[in-house]
Design a protein around this ligand. Structure first.
Ligand SMILES: Nc1ncnc2c1ncn2[C@@H]1O[C@H](COP(=O)(O)OP(=O)(O)OP(=O)(O)O)[C@@H](O)[C@H]1O
Ligand SMILES: [Mg+2]
Length: 340
């Protein structure tokens, strides 16, 4: 490594409600759940990422697990800072590698308030960023999908993350219209938890509900390639005795229907605001889905049928925003939409 690459280190960070991804030298170097475990007495960090996730829901009074982001924004500033700092440290054991000038591009939800933007910038700077740029998430998603965001053509991106669904129309290097709703992967998981309680009298935690979503989650009650039923184990709410229940994807499709309808309504709302020339472009090329929520079975088909515009799931949708943030990092001098 030459002296100059030592002087300027560059990181792209997708600080997500569910997952944090860091790209360094075009490679994904960190891909961890956005969660930390903290010692209650000393406020010191015990574990970060996957290690902390394994403790989630299983802690005693001395340990607390915290998800520093809620609904796409930093909810716990101290925990967020510990998490970013810790994840940067995971890249290389020598922390001084990233001084004296660490350039970062970090993405933020398009609906962020000034205070929320400030929180991301401050956490990034406290974690060692000297030269911090911010980029709106749907813009990063579009770049990551491979869309030419500077072209005079309209593109629509729907990023369904853990905390928020972000819908945006992009043209000429800017966001023309957008909407961010707090209905996304976490809401689907909460729907499943509530459904299991009401329908099957079984109490399950967030992690089990997420496993159900990943194994038999569906947006349609009729899938071409249906997954087998998923066996859920837990305590009966009445008797506290263990029970086993097979769960079908059809049940989960019913259970998620209301939340998915909210996503549909939000997409239609943005289409309504879209200027006609851009609308025509979007009908031609279709709408792109990114974020972990895009992996829900049958979602692209359900949205295409409902909205009468084709929906395409981005390649590797969980990494689209991070990929785009990485590309933005290499173009900080050219992309005028990056915020300093
Ligand atoms: N196969 C799958 N089917 C359905 N949902 C999935 C699947 N895989 C992951 N998810 C969900 O995707 C969500 C995480 O997506 P992603 O990493 O894009 O969110 P994020 O960027 O951390 O959140 P945000 O952008 O809202 O801050 C989680 O809710 C997770 O449960
Ligand atoms: Mg995201």
């Amino acid at each position: 490594m030459g002296i100059f690459s030592f002087l300027t280190q560059e990181l792209a960070i997708d600080l997500g409600t569910a997952n944090t991804i860091i790209i360094h030298n075009d490679k994904v170097v960190v891909d961890e759940p956005s969660i930390v475990a903290i010692d209650q007495a000393t406020n010191k960090l015990i574990a970060i990422g996957e290690k902390a996730r394994q403790m989630h829901g299983k802690t005693h009074e001395n340990i607390k697990t915290i998800r520093p982001l809620r609904d796409g924004v930093i909810a716990d500033f101290h925990a967020a800072e510990l998490m970013i700092r810790g994840m940067i440290k995971m890249i290389n054991s020598k922390p001084q590698l990233f001084s004296p000038s660490l350039r970062m591009v970090v993405c933020i939800p398009s609906g962020s308030t000034e205070v929320e933007v400030r929180a991301v910038r401050d956490s990034s700077e406290h974690a060692g960023g000297r030269d911090v740029y911010l980029i709106y998430e749907p813009m990063a998603a579009a770049i990551g999908i491979g869309i030419d965001v500077e072209a005079p053509t309209g593109s629509m991106v729907v990023d369904i993350g853990g905390g928020t669904t972000e819908i945006a129309v992009i043209a000429l290097g800017g966001i023309v219209c957008n909407k961010s709703i707090r209905v996304a992967g976490d809401s689907f998981t909460a729907d499943i938890q509530a459904y299991m309680r009401h329908q099957h009298n079984i109490k399950i935690g967030e992690r089990t509900a997420e496993d159900i979503k990943i194994n038999v989650g569906s947006a349609l009650t009729d899938l071409d390639d249906p997954p087998p039923d998923y066996i859920v184990r837990g305590p009966n709410l009445m008797t506290a005795m263990p029970i086993e229940i097979p769960i079908s994807y059809q049940e989960i499709a019913h259970c998620l229907d209301k939340s998915i309808s909210k996503v549909e309504t939000a997409i239609l709302g943005v289409l309504e605001q879209t200027p006609p020339e851009l609308y025509a472009d979007i009908v031609n090329t279709g709408i792109y889905l990114a974020g972990g929520g895009a992996l829900l079975r049958g979602l692209d088909k359900r949205l295409s049928d409902k909205i009468s515009i084709p929906f395409h799931v981005a390649e590797d949708p969980l990494h689209a925003v991070a990929r785009g943030t990485g590309i933005a990092l290499k173009n900080v001098d050219r992309f005028s939409f990056l915020m300093r």
